[in-house]
Design a protein around this ligand. Sequence first.
Ligand SMILES: Cc1cc2nc3c(=O)[nH]c(=O)nc-3n(C[C@H](O)[C@H](O)[C@H](O)COP(=O)(O)OP(=O)(O)OC[C@H]3O[C@@H](n4cnc5c(N)ncnc54)[C@H](O)[C@@H]3O)c2cc1C
Length: 352
Amino acid sequence: MKEFDYTIIGGGCAGLSLAYELEINNKLSNKTLAIIEPRTEYQRDKTWSFWKTFPHNFEDCVIKSWDSFSINIPNKSKQIECESLPYQSIDSGLFYKKTLNRLKANKNIHFFRNKEDVNTENSYVFNSVPKINSNENDLWQHFGGYEIETDRDIFDDTIINLMDFDCDQKNSVHFFYTLPFSKNKALIETTWLSNMTDPSEKDYDFQIKEYIESVLKIKNYKVIYKEKGQIPLFYPNNSNSKKKINIGTAGKMTRLSTGYTFLNIQEHCKYIVENLNCLKTFNIGKKYEILDKIFLKVLKKNAQRMPNIFFKMFNSSSETSIKFLSNKSNVFQDLSIISKMPKWPFIKALFN
Ligand SMILES: Cc1cc2nc3c(=O)[nH]c(=O)nc-3n(C[C@H](O)[C@H](O)[C@H](O)COP(=O)(O)OP(=O)(O)OC[C@H]3O[C@@H](n4cnc5c(N)ncnc54)[C@H](O)[C@@H]3O)c2cc1C
């Protein structure tokens, strides 16, 4: 078994982002790194989207950036401008290609399929494999999406539809999400926030087709890419130690009220590389952990009120709402969002 200075377990978003950050900051010119990843080939499997609240390393993997977004609830719609904090989508296929091309050129970086081939006893270990023991009280964001191509120009590609709640909610929270990459190409996703116990929520193909054909009124289209996934809206059971740091989902980089993780991963990786000599636990902000916990308690008890609550969140200025949802808000911005929320369900959740 070989020994390395650093070991990254899991070569997905967080593992490759960290390896790339180490590499571009010359931390691997005289140190060795093992990356343990079972997959044999990489293909686009995710579309990572977020409001760009700070610069990141993957601008060249961005499919498209938008300066406005909309949100709909039955009989109401709102359009929000966000030029200074654009919404971006990253093609994971381009991300894997870019990071792997760079990493494979460094002879100090070695790739393994099995943990058993690497002696991690004296290595710094960065783990991105989450330990998940969930039960039926746990909430998930689960979704399925189609990227479609139409034979005519149909979409307004200057604006995304972040949340369209004008759809069957069952007893959960449900919305459609549309990212128009061009006038004839868009990713359309059906997204649920629920404990996933109702199997009918998972009939994503049916829901997307119905939405495309009956709501968007698109008849002629072809599906060019599909994705589906589930993001835990609770923290996995991984714990850090002196020489083992969890990263990505395993490292609590998911914002629990929204599922956004990608930019938090980038921030964590930069932090690790800047503090390699004295690694401490990094978190996205305790206040967000507390606020999200209360928010999710409200969501569990008041699913039917959530479309309205999400809609009201955007009653603050666009900068305030985006910074709050991207964990970059100041206390005045937090108070502005909190003041827009219905008081009673939140007070009950706070004291429950
Ligand atoms: C379909 C999808 C879409 C998403 N879209 C967004 C988005 O738009 N915006 C956003 O901010 N977040 C999004 N997320 C959430 C989050 O950004 C991603 O889940 C992101 O990939 C998390 O990175 P990660 O490295 O923690 O996990 P992953 O990227 O899943 O990487 C974990 C890696 O570990 C490997 N692995 C598994 N088991 C082992 C093992 N035993 N040993 C070694 N390796 C192992 C896996 O093969 C994988 O490569 C999305 C998630 C999904 C699933």
